[in-house]
Design a protein around this ligand. Sequence first.
Ligand code: FAD
Length: 492
Amino acid sequence: MNFKSDQSEIQDYLNDAANFKGKCERVYLPESVDDIVKIVKSANSNRKKITVCGARTGLTGGAVPQEGLVLSTEKLNKIIKISSEEKFAVVQPGVFLSELNEKLSELNLYYPPDPTEQNCFIGGTIATNASGAKTFKYGPTRNFVQELSIILPDGEMLNLKRGEVNAKNYILSLKTESNNVIEIGLPKITMPKTKHSAGYYITENMDAIDLFIGMEGTLGIITEIKLALIKKPAKIISMVIFFKTESEALQFVKIVRDLSKKYPGATDKINARGIEFFDKNSFKFVKGSPGLIPKNTGAAIWIEQETTTKSQDAILEEWITLMETNNINVDESWIALSEKERKEFEYFRHSVPSQVNEYISRNNFRKVGTDTAVPDNKLEEYYNYCKQTAENSGIDYVIYGHIGNSHIHLNFILKSQQEYEPAKQLYKQMCIKAVELGGTVSAEHGIGKMKREYLVDMFGEEIVKEMAAIKKTLDPKLILNIGNIFDPGIFN
Ligand SMILES: Cc1cc2nc3c(=O)[nH]c(=O)nc-3n(C[C@H](O)[C@H](O)[C@H](O)COP(=O)(O)OP(=O)(O)OC[C@H]3O[C@@H](n4cnc5c(N)ncnc54)[C@H](O)[C@@H]3O)c2cc1C
């Protein structure tokens, strides 16, 4: 079996995009499901820890090992089938999102989940229930997962099809390929009514497949995925709009959000598919600015809308009227007139987190960045709280993110290692505040190894213990992705 054990060869597997660092003895590169079963069975009988990794673009240390073995899915990289007629794709976990998107585009198909970073694997996006700009219109990755094949920590295979197995009164009964039945008791939790990716997804009569989406590799290794697709939108209007103050930007977000929710499927009425935010500090990190950022800009938003060739001009007119009615200087706004320009705006938005991550990695800091979301009616209160907290601290910061979903990333820009602990304390306060307002401590990145204490802040110790009991049922020898979601001490 293909593996690497020379420390010089395995360095790349020992950190992720948050610059969380780890160690391991050996990295396996399985090329088939049988290879994975062999590795898992052997690790299970020898009680060796395994950490699964995708492309390691994660931001919470989830793919970073602390000991034992790494199982990389990079060689499980086949697009098995794409059906244009039935609009689905079947892929292995190590397929790059960018590669899938390119293939789909050629076939006039589209897969909406878009976690900003395109160099991630589909398996990683399922394991974290990733989201992105288009989640405003389409929801998270979960909404597009139809079937999963999973190797459980004892080497058994589990195949799940959406709609086939549901919990009854918080009890899930799973049947493996060899007909073993596993009963899982689910904690009675209330999940926030926001985008949410913290801990396991649990509802009273939930679909079994949803437990495995966003489980961060703690319950099994995803080996095959069937994804729902849609038809590629014919035209996309893209705009970057500048505001003097953040408050004006937030007011406009509210207006666009309300209008878009009135006509959810429409391509001939105002209906954004994504509403993204930049504070003025973010502009220090953007790369490849496609236009002039007006002087005295306090904030900006990037909006995209899907439309048709027929409706395109009329819809653009509607947007311009909406901007004018809200005292926005249309001449200073950027409006993409070609697909090339649209891509430049996209790159402009995406460059903020990648440049922040690059700064953090270059200076060898660990990332301190929120991934919190709150109910829409609490956004302004939460935004002002986070901004004020960061301002008062004197530590540099940027705020950007998926404002359409009331989901913001406040990233501290540390100047020295001394600022790390104080920034972490402030980060914790922001998580607690998000929970107080009915939100979540993680809307899309997951908990991994860096955010475990905030899951406890959100659900309390008892519920987190009940979640950990789900893992213990499926992984009694505690070999898979130990340290993700739960502090290992919880199993003692
Ligand atoms: C610049 C930048 C911007 C980003 N923006 C966003 C964003 O907007 N939205 C968002 O959601 N995320 C964002 N991310 C985070 C990241 O891209 C996503 O979390 C991505 O989904 C992780 O995919 P990956 O293949 O890199 O997974 P990895 O980082 O390798 O792994 C992530 C987790 O999934 C587990 N895992 C991976 N593959 C499997 C498998 N086959 N079976 C079981 N478990 C598995 C790992 O153990 C780990 O816990 C961003 C990252 C960067 C660097």
